[in-house]
Design a binder for this molecule. Structure first.
Ligand code: BGC
Length: 438
């Protein structure tokens, strides 16, 4: 068997494997919910809705994997919202590495600039929902402690601390006494809430961006008692932290990738599916083939040695190229200084992109099927799944690939599941949750 076929096999899921993995995923969900040891933390969000009749102006802060965004949102009642201001800054590298004051100081500074630009007066008191896209042990809607960093962050003195306190202190230090955070929200939860504001069938929220995660609505009675204290609503959204699922078969490329991340041993699923890592898995496969002289043999074998030198969007460009001589693939290679390539090698490169992204989409389909298996095993109802993130939005045919995986697992029942792009929902959702709290 050719080397490339052997590699392909390691990324492949048969229909039986997809179904078996779905069952394992569901078991881990149940363990996590019951408070037992599980890679899926199943974190309580202490919210399940937003109030469609609320009026007023609210802010949203959104710390994702790459950007910090500040939004001002007006709630107009009857389920209508208007974004009146939005300001985004990319997160400087030092904020991800140094101590908490650098990160929280940067965020508070950005809020200060946004407030100035938006013309908000000192006498206007504004509440904010804070979308914080990392695993946080939530004890209430306004209290949550960082469990661990993901997505390359290593900022010191934040783990174990209450994120709302850190943010409100930083805001005060910048003289923003009129602005305070009253709700802490994971980006999946914000996305689900924002979509459910428009579509009542929304039962799951997913992020497929720099990182990956999902949440869904659970009956409160199914949640371990210590994780629902002081909460009296019938339903609660659970932040699964599915990026940490660890039961899928991992191959040598997954292992090589993991070893060189700041969080080895963690976030195995995230490292198979999210935008931060897809390009790197691809590079590691190419590096192997080049070293063996199996591909691009007329080039220096060191060409793919630089870590993270290929982005997920470049892999997507390679996969989407349908031109006869694969000029799109050549163009990506040219940006890496590789000018001499054979068509056969370019074809192989396209094939590799295809099986890496197929596996990613299959993992997402497994996760979705497991959640559906938990909330509606016979799939009696229609389900809308709100999804945001660059991989879902921009990676070539990614939504179709997820749908294919769902069909392989759920057969006809997959028709009841609608995937929708819920763009920038996470911040808006946080503002809606903030409004529901006051
Ligand atoms: C974090 C999640 C987050 C996801 C998507 C993961 O790395 O652990 O909390 O929802 O990224 O941003």
């Amino acid at each position: 068997m050719a080397k490339i076929d052997k590699i392909k096999e390691q990324f492949y899921f048969s229909n039986k494997q997809l179904k078996d993995m779905t069952k394992i995923f569901l078991m881990d969900m149940k363990k996590g919910l019951a408070g037992k040891k599980s890679p899926l933390k199943m974190i309580s969000s202490y919210t399940d809705i937003c109030d469609k009749n609320k009026l007023g102006t609210f802010m949203a802060f959104d710390l994702g994997g790459s950007n910090f965004r500040v939004m001002i949102i007006k709630l107009l009642g009857k389920g209508k919202t208007k974004e009146i201001f939005s300001y985004k800054k990319s997160i400087p590298q030092q904020c991800m590495e140094q101590d908490k004051d650098v990160l929280f100081g940067f965020m508070a500074d950005t809020v200060k600039k946004a407030v100035k630009k938006a013309g908000i007066k000192k006498n206007m008191n504004i509440k904010a929902g804070f979308t914080f896209s990392f695993p946080v042990e939530q004890k209430a809607i306004d209290r949550g402690y960082l469990i661990k960093w993901t997505k390359g962050f290593t900022t010191k003195e934040v783990k174990g601390h209450n994120i709302i306190d850190l943010m409100n202190t930083a805001l005060k230090q910048k003289g923003l006494d009129n602005i305070s955070v009253n709700a802490l929200v994971n980006d999946t939860v914000g996305t689900q809430v924002a979509e459910s504001y428009k579509d009542k069938n929304t039962s799951i929220g997913i992020i497929l961006g720099t990182g990956s995660n999902a949440c869904y609505t659970e009956s409160t009675k199914n949640i371990n008692e210590k994780n629902r204290q002081g909460y009296d609503r019938e339903h609660m959204i659970i932040n699964m932290e599915w990026g940490n699922f660890d039961k899928a078969r991992r191959n040598i490329y997954d292992e090589r990738l993991d070893r060189l991340t700041p969080n080895p041993g963690h976030q195995y699923l995230e490292k198979m599916v999210s935008g931060m890592y897809l390009g790197e898995i691809y590079r590691l496969v190419l590096l192997d083939l080049v070293t063996l002289g199996d591909i691009l043999s007329e080039n220096d074998p060191k060409i793919f040695q630089k870590k993270y030198s290929l982005s997920s969007s470049q892999v997507s460009d390679i996969e989407k190229d349908i031109s006869r001589s694969l000029t799109g693939v050549s163009n990506v290679l040219k940006t890496l200084g590789i000018t001499q390539t054979k068509i056969l090698d370019r074809k192989k490169m396209k094939e590799i992109a295809g099986f890496i992204s197929d596996r990613a989409a299959n993992m997402v389909a497994i996760g979705i099927s497991a959640v559906i298996g938990k909330i509606d095993p016979k799939v009696k109802k229609k389900h809308t799944i709100a999804i945001d993130g660059s991989v879902y939005e921009k990676y070539h045919k990614f939504p179709d690939k997820i749908r294919k995986g769902l069909k392989n697992i759920l057969k006809e029942k997959a028709k009841k599941i609608k995937l929708v792009l819920s763009k920038d929902g996470s911040g808006k959702g946080a503002a809606l949750i903030s409004a529901a709290v006051v």
